[in-house]
Design a protein around this ligand. Sequence first.
Ligand code: NCD
Length: 324
Amino acid sequence: MQPDDTKLQFDERGNLRHFLSLKGIGAELLTQLLDDAERYLAAPGSLPIRSQSLAGRTVGNLFFEPSTRTRASFDLAGRRLGADVLNLDVNTSSRKKGESILDTIYTLEAMHVDVMVVRDASDGVPAYIARHVNDHISVLNAGESDVSHPTQGLLDLMTIRQHNDDFGNMTVAIVGDIQHSRVAMSASEALQTMGIGELRLVSPAALAPDADRFPGAHIVDNLADGLKDADVVMALRIQRERIGNLDGVPGINEYFANYGISHDSLVYAKPDAIVMHPGPMNRGIEIEGTLADGPRSVITKQVTNGVAVRMAVLDRIGKMMNAR
Ligand code: NCD
């Protein structure tokens, strides 16, 4: 993100046009998006809630990194709002033949794709695309390197708010590879905007973040202090694909013994603390399998909320487009 990219997200009337980062999204808009998302939650077993705010529009999913939940939920969210959804198969796309990202984007633009949902391993790609597309196109960030994952931040905030909406008196502990985690970045931004009481980032020294990337957070190197009286515990995967040199990173058994979220380690947290994980999970490394499947886990709720928040964002973009 460059400094003016937070402004790039809004059109001249102040409407959300691109969704690139949670930086620059205030508490009021975050709350509105979560309230909108709540309305897209259907009772289990009933038909999903639908609307037509994207009828006639085309959403293109461009995932230049692997994805299960984010891609599937953008796909379903677009369809449930009445859009056509194009899932570009990146492994067989021309970018593998050396085509530049902008040539791929201009090709989709020529096919009348209105919303481009982009995941990429390099910093700045969603904002770069947003600066180059035609005025009528919106770009949504579906995961940018280790920098940001704004819809994940929204769904995490929604899941936490369903447990407890008193952010000012809450302690959230995010545990794992904080240094390489875009999930930790976006969750922290959302929680700080909402005035979180205490945010702890817990990891071994080799995976600890740069303190100035997380202003206001407490960086902790052991689980007992990190989880003490926490209301929310979020476990993260070690981002091996982003770690050049694994020196100093604990092996699997050592990691699970010292940083794994398990029935044993959760005793430090509040008795009603919830357990979160963005997925994909490595059971037995960052989280104990039976805990992930148990009553304190809200991991499948996060997935359900993921579709709802993506519908809320797409709905807002669709209404902005229809008002033009
Ligand atoms: C995360 C991601 O891709 O950043 N997954 C997700 O979107 N749910 C987390 C991860 O890959 O570990």
